[in-house]
Design a protein around this ligand. Structure first.
Ligand code: PSV
Ligand code: MN
Length: 397
């Protein structure tokens, strides 16, 4: 595609950032606190809005129900606040893993009370989606077992299918249900939705508005993610992404920090599905699922957004007709070189120009880093924490 056409496609490329990416997070070994980290939904909205203000491409923030909508928080007011700050509430992520009742799973648990709790929570989540104007209900399950013979895998499969079907039908028209998969963690023997094939099957059985969510960190080493993406695209079953990068497992690193070519190859499949096969890719939800344990959170998110734009633009620059010719003549080296040429294109210049034209920062990351916002926010939030006597159970130094 010509560079001007490719750039105009970027107008439609919106990336949703996660509320949990602005909060203090860590590993199961500990949490490191940052003075500027967001604690409340108000602070998360403020941060997500800042990312959007600097990048111009992150107009929505995903929320996690238990973390962002504790009892007493009115969803409509949260949506209103988001609007005032210049963003919207994006996908609603029910939390079916944190409460004690879910020790043996949620929808697939052998414990009827756990299944009932999951039902009630998803119902509440759908209500939150209605009240916040969100049209995506995004489900990830920690359900699974840790030992062989621990539970009946077929009973669990049927219980999961039945819950998903019921929740699908409980959603209002126009809402999409995304089914996310993950091979392991926290379950170490089996996960009830372990891979894309299972997510696909469950989504199909749930109903027409259910699709698969591909979290790039949720694959066993060596998995060919772009192949999964191409397959789901052709089946009309690709609902969206949780983007992040990884070296080992579900590491939640910033997109492209380890393997930018892998991200480019995923975008290439999306671009080619559209250009070569006429597959409608406009409803794909591009979402980020990253927890920044060490990097400053807003900076990491701005870096993520611009990296995604750069890699998507490179994929848009693939000359599809030439590639098809090379493929048809089994010119393997020629075809691969077409990919590589696009991947190595310098796109920062044209992107800066494109941003400037739209009234955005030409270099969002540099602009944010020199804005002084991080220090300002750290100061305000430190004072706020002190006034509230909040310690975070550690040191903010
Ligand atoms: C689980 O690892 C996951 O990818 C799911 O999308 C959760 O909702 C998210 O991370 C946050 O814990
Ligand atoms: Mn995820």
């Amino acid at each position: 595609m010509h560079v001007d056409d490719a750039l105009s496609r970027l107008d439609r490329f919106e990336i949703e950032t996660p509320a949990w990416g602005y909060a203090d997070t860590g590993t199961r070994f500990g949490k490191f606190l940052q003075p500027a980290a967001a604690r409340t939904i108000e602070e998360k909205i403020e941060d997500a809005a800042t990312v959007h203000a600097f990048t111009g491409c992150c107009p929505r923030m995903a929320t996690h129900v238990l973390w962002d909508f504790p009892e007493g928080v009115a969803p409509a007011q949260v949506a209103e606040l988001a609007l005032q700050e210049g963003i919207r509430i994006g996908s609603i992520n029910p939390n079916l893993f944190q409460d004690q009742i879910y020790k043996y799973g949620s929808a697939a648990s052998p414990n009827e009370k756990a299944r009932e709790a999951a039902d009630a929570h998803v119902e509440r989540s759908i209500q939150i989606a209605r009240e916040t104007g969100s049209n995506v209900l995004s489900l990830w399950f920690a359900d699974g077992t840790n030992y062989p013979a621990q539970d009946d895998l077929i009973r669990r499969k049927r219980a999961m299918a039945s819950a998903l079907h019921q929740w699908h039908d409980a959603m209002p028209e126009g809402m999409t249900l995304l089914v996310e998969y993950k091979p392991f963690e926290p379950a170490f023997y089996h996960s009830d939705i372990a891979d894309w094939g299972m997510a696909y099957t469950f989504a199909q059985q749930a109903g027409a508005r259910a699709k698969v969510l591909v979290d790039t960190g949720h694959h066993l080493p060596g998995a060919n993610i772009e192949h999964i993406v191409a397959f789901l695209l052709d089946e009309g079953m690709l609902g969206g992404f949780h983007f992040n990068d990884r070296k080992y497992g579900d590491d939640d690193l910033t997109i492209g920090s380890i393997d930018p070519y892998a991200v480019f190859r995923i975008f290439a499949q999306i671009v080619l599905a559209d250009e070569v096969h006429g597959i409608d890719t406009r409803s794909i939800a591009y979402m980020i699922d990253q927890s920044h344990n060490l990097k400053p959170k807003i900076e990491a998110m701005v870096q993520t957004a611009v990296t995604a734009q750069e890699l998507y633009l490179k994929a848009l620059l693939i000359p599809a007709a030439r590639l098809l010719e090379a493929q048809a003549s089994t010119d393997i080296v020629g075809a691969e070189e077409i990919y590589r040429e696009a991947f190595y294109r310098h796109v920062r210049g044209p992107l800066a120009e494109w941003r400037r034209h739209r009234g955005h920062e030409a270099s969002p990351l540099e602009a944010y880093r020199t804005s002084g916002i991080e220090n300002e926010r750290a100061k305000i939030r430190s004072d706020r924490r002190a006034a509230e006597g909040y310690t975070g159970g550690g040191s903010y130094a």
